[in-house]
Design a protein around this ligand. Structure first.
Ligand SMILES: [Zn+2]
Length: 117
């Protein structure tokens, strides 16, 4: 591991995502994307980032040959995501906030030897 994870503001994450080569919507072939979906707090903050969505952790298991599931809604099982929504049909893409924050931070703070593989 290199350095501590740093929060990236939603505004910076949005700017970074918008610079990527965006594809047309796979559902309706539209090209009007809106990022984030919700914004509940100061978009420029890197001390606290709100307005993210989250996917809960899910555990599947077998019990007497039946598939059962447990879903964790607590923070420990959270996967924060940034949403990109097609304005023409509502199709959603989800981006892992942690990965976007890492890539966004690396793009704005280039360092030599920052590969962790
Ligand atoms: Zn669409």
């Amino acid at each position: 591991m290199s350095e501590k994870f740093k929060l990236v503001s939603l505004e910076a994450a949005d700017d970074w995502l918008v610079r990527l080569d965006k594809k047309r919507c796979p559902w309706c072939d539209g090209h009007n994307w809106v990022l984030r979906g919700t914004l509940k707090s100061e978009p420029t903050s890197t001390q606290a980032v709100a307005g993210l969505r989250s996917l809960p952790e899910t555990r599947l298991y077998l019990l007497e040959d039946a598939v059962k599931a447990e879903i964790t809604y607590g923070a420990s099982g959270a996967l924060p995501v940034i949403t990109a929504r097609c304005e023409d049909c509502g199709f959603l893409y989800l981006f892992d906030y942690f990965k976007v924050a890492e890539l966004c931070h690396n793009a704005t703070n280039p360092k030599a030897d920052d590969h962790d593989d």
